[in-house]
Ligand binder design. Structure first.
Ligand code: TMP
Ligand code: ASP
Length: 236
């Protein structure tokens, strides 16, 4: 598939047009940001790891009946995906209290809610991705009732599948962020699933194996990303 003009550049990825209007190429960068771009850095090799891990997980989810944007891995950092219109919502699923949920509730990191918690954030860099609810999304036309129902059901199913998979490789899936797109009238899972967008804790030691090591200046950032590749069984 021929790569054409750049359509978009985000904090961690670039998107290019192709000769097929229904398909685009995603190109993963090593750039890392946190706190809405306030903190900037590089995680060497991250683009390759996030590309390959995302594709592995998207294929697993497709096999379980979840439609994703994944089409074909083109190279270490580049993947052909469906050209979706991104729904302007960040969907977060939480199995264990951490990060902003700990700050908001005062509950300690590691506390276990009675059930997985789904949260919605409005995707807006200018506003710093504020948390919203379904009424906001409906009232301001960010998604329809049917889309929200599909998004919530899919997010919970993704959580069940990924939680079970990561448990099998000795990793607790603490929480994660996913995004959805519209494609030919359907809602499909888009964006990435990687140590940038998930919290992974070693099941036994509770060691952090994700981007929190970068956000919190803990060191061992690259090592954590490589360790997650190794756990999943992906060769580098
Ligand atoms: P939070 O605790 O900071 O709200 O993050 C919850 C989860 O969402 C965590 O796994 C990291 C992920 N996340 C992103 O992928 N992008 C973001 O911009 C933020 C704030 C969190
Ligand atoms: N990538 C996000 C940003 O730069 C935040 C994060 O992952 O913590 O704001």
């Amino acid at each position: 598939m021929e790569q054409k003009e750049q359509l978009y550049e985000g904090k961690a990825k670039k998107v290019y047009a192709t000769s097929d209007p229904n398909l685009v190429i995603v190109d993963y960068k090593d750039d890392a940001t946190a706190f809405n771009g306030l903190k900037k850095g590089t995680i060497v090799g991250k683009g390759v790891i996030n590309n390959r891990m995302t594709n592995y997980l998207m294929k697993k989810l497709e096999a379980e009946g979840i439609e994703t944007h994944y089409v074909e891995e083109l190279s270490e950092r580049r993947t052909l995906v469906k050209h979706v219109e991104i729904v302007p919502l960040e969907v977060i699923m939480r199995n264990v209290v951490a990060g902003s949920l700990s700050k908001r509730t005062g509950l300690p990191e590691g506390a276990k809610p009675k059930m997985p918690v789904l949260e919605l954030y409005y995707k807006s860099d200018e506003l710093g991705d504020p948390m919203i609810n379904e009424d906001h999304a409906l009232a301001f036309g960010w998604a329809t009732r049917e889309e929200l129902d599909s998004i919530a059901a899919t997010a919970r199913k993704v959580n069940d599948i990924l939680t079970e998979f990561f448990a099998s490789v000795g990793v607790d899936l603490i929480d994660f962020k996913i995004e959805f797109g519209r494609y030919q009238g359907r809602i499909v899972l888009a964006d990435e699933i990687s140590p940038d967008t998930c919290r992974f804790w070693d099941s036994k030691t509770k060691e952090k194996l994700d981007k929190d090591r970068f956000r919190r200046d803990m060191g061992g950032v690259e090592g954590a990303y490589h360790e997650m590749m190794r756990r999943i069984g992906l060769k580098e």
